[in-house]
Design a binder for this molecule. Structure first.
Ligand code: ATP
Length: 197
């Protein structure tokens, strides 16, 4: 069985995350993609953090009507920084026969050598990279090629979507519509709870 793992802050989840998950699902022939919101990403603070519980709920709402996707609380139940290596290790021990695919935007993938235990990350999962914001494939290949296991990296295409969580938060703050940029239920929850104002 092949399972995709898409980690992030999901503050909030948006079209870019979902299209990325969908393209990985299709092109890598995955059985499922799991969204894993981080409690505290090691490399960047959560900007305008509404609370991990809200981010979790937003993820749940984002995938609610799509059986290909699910949400895991794995990182939210763990204190301290959310290291991917720990998450993959837990997923691996709970299902040793499953092939894990770590889905990353190109911008993030190029920085993987600086992560905590990058070669162990690569031993636990195949990295699957979506092209994003013009980070060229060669840059990612060069950077991962220095690591043991990095040569197994897979690439998948996705339509360029210039939407980020930062952009969504800015729109909400400016009282501009986020319709079509996030799933309807996500927009509804943000409005109801008054997030990002
Ligand atoms: P922020 O704007 O708050 O920094 P973000 O939109 O980059 O957030 P994250 O939750 O940090 O979202 O991203 C999680 C993962 O999803 C990363 O691997 C990132 O590269 C990928 N991702 C996010 N937005 C897109 C997009 N528009 N296209 C492709 N991949 C994306």
């Amino acid at each position: 069985m092949r399972i995709g793992v898409l980690g992030g802050t999901f503050n909030p989840p948006h079209l870019g995350h979902l299209v990325c998950a969908q393209e990985a699902y299709i092109q890598l022939e995955l059985e499922r993609v799991i969204l894993i919101p981080a409690r505290q990403p090691p490399h960047k603070p959560v900007e305008e953090e509404p609370g991990a519980e809200h981010r979790l709920e937003l993820c749940r709402l984002a995938v609610e009507d799509d059986p290909r996707f699910e949400v895991s609380e794995l990182e939210l139940n763990r204190d301290g920084p959310s290291y991917t290596v720990d998450t993959l290790s837990l997923l691996h021990s709970s299902a040793p026969d499953t092939d894990l695919y770590l889905i990353l935007g190109g911008d993030i993938a190029a920085g993987l050598p600086d992560w905590h235990e990058p070669e162990r990350v690569l031993s636990l999962a195949t990295v699957a990279v979506a092209k994003r914001r013009g980070t060229p494939r060669e840059v990612v290949e060069q950077s991962l090629g220095r690591l043991r296991g990095g040569e197994r990296t897979r690439f998948f295409r996705m339509p360029r979507i210039g939407v980020s969580s930062t952009f969504i938060r800015e729109r909400v703050r400016a009282r501009q519509s986020i319709r079509y940029l996030v799933p309807g239920r996500v927009a509804g929850y943000i409005a109801e709870q008054g997030l990002y104002r």
